[in-house]
Every structure is written in C-alpha cells, then in structure tokens.
Design a protein around this ligand. Structure first.
Ligand SMILES: Cc1cc2nc3c(=O)[nH]c(=O)nc-3n(C[C@H](O)[C@H](O)[C@H](O)COP(=O)(O)O)c2cc1C
Length: 181
C-alpha cells in the first residue's frame, strides 16, 4: 500500500551543473541541481536567495550552465561547499568569457551560455528563467548528426533524500518505439 509521505519533492534524480557568473570582475561558480526545462529554448535554475551567485546573476543578467560529468565532480562539489561571499572560487576552473560576458568552464564538455529572461520568486528562492544563447559541446560527445550523444557524455545526477550523486544509466529503448509495438 502506498504511504502518504507528505509534500515531498519527488522529481529526482536531476542533472548536476555549475553556474558561472561574474561578480566584481571575477567569476563565481556554484553547484546547482535544481534545474528545469520550461520550454525547448529555455532552462531554469533555482538559486537560494542568500547565495553570493544571485548578486552577480541579477547585476549582469548573464550566466553559464556547465554540465558536470564524473571527471569534474570533485571541483563541482567544492563550489557547492563554500560560498563566494567568504571564499574566492574564481580560480577553481579555467574559463573563457562568452559573447554575452558570462564566464564558461573550459573543462566542461557541455556548456550553455544564457541570458536571464525572467525571475520567478518564492519566499526563499529566485528561479531564473534563462534564454539559451549558445551551447558549446566538445566534438567527442557529439554523434555523426552533430547532436549530443548521451552514450558518450554522462552527466552526474543528484538525489536529495540520500544526498548522493548518481551515475547516468543505460539506454532502455528509443522513445515512441515501446508504445508503438
Ligand atoms: C549537490 C548539491 C546541489 C546543490 N544544488 C543547489 C541548487 O540547485 N540551488 C541552490 O541554490 N543551491 C544549491 N546547492 C548549494 C550551493 O551550491 C552552495 O550553497 C554554495 O556554497 C553557494 O555558493 P555561492 O554563495 O558562492 O553562490 C547545492 C549544493 C550541493 C552540494
């Protein structure tokens, strides 16, 4: 029998990303896993209001979302442990500045350069709705059609109840094949 466990967010696992934004002329990096897809050309990142990052995002209106694989997890975890308010995180990653002015992690195999379109506020969070201006992908993670191939690129996933990182799993089937059998 199912048990009512209360009002519990049960949308995990979610991909892990590092958001980069400029604050006082330096990049600041923060780990996020509360990410969403509100439209095919928009993404959303949910940032707690007290985070140092929010200041930079609101001032510059630009940021990068760098998807994290296992190779980058240690550094990504670090930027989720300390705040830019009291620790300089600007040198954790080598970076390039994108067309919008957003700092982007060179080692990340997949980066979206984004512009803030809107902010949906709750009592304690600012949810930034982002227009994706550019997506940069290492050629090694692309297939012959130039699309991101998730058998080659394995984003790390996050789940809140156990507070752990998970590996991306295996392919089950191509979509709309099972339903059409
Ligand atoms: C696995 C993991 C996922 C996280 N996801 C989020 C998130 O989605 N939103 C958020 O506001 N903070 C999230 N955090 C917390 C921030 O990364 C952390 O508080 C960080 O130190 C804030 O840095 P800043 O003050 O430099 O912005 C997460 C932390 C970890 C370890």
């Amino acid at each position: 029998m199912k048990k009512n466990i209360g009002s519990v967010t049960a949308l995990y696992p979610t991909p892990v990303a590092v958001v980069g934004t400029m604050i006082n002329g330096k990049p600041n990096w923060v780990l996020v896993a509360h990410i969403g897809i509100p439209a095919h050309d928009r993404i959303m990142v949910s940032l707690a209001k007290p985070h140092y990052t929010n200041q930079g995002v609101k001032e510059t209106k630009v940021l990068s979302v760098n998807i994290i694989d296992e190779a980058l997890l240690k550094k990504a975890d670090y930027v989720g442990c300390v705040s830019g308010a009291n620790t300089d995180k600007s040198k954790v990653f080598d970076f390039s500045i994108g067309e919008t002015g957003a700092p982007m992690i060179n080692e990340s195999k997949l980066t979206m350069e984004c512009v803030v379109e809107d902010v949906y506020e709750t009592k304690t969070f600012e949810n930034f709705i982002l227009e994706i201006k550019h997506t940069y992908a290492e050629e090694e993670i692309l297939n012959d059609a130039g699309k991101i191939d998730y058998s080659k690129f394995k984003p790390v996933l996050f789940e809140m109840p156990g507070y752990t990182y998970l590996k991306t799993g295996e392919t089950i089937a191509r979509c709309r094949t099972l339903g059409n059998e």
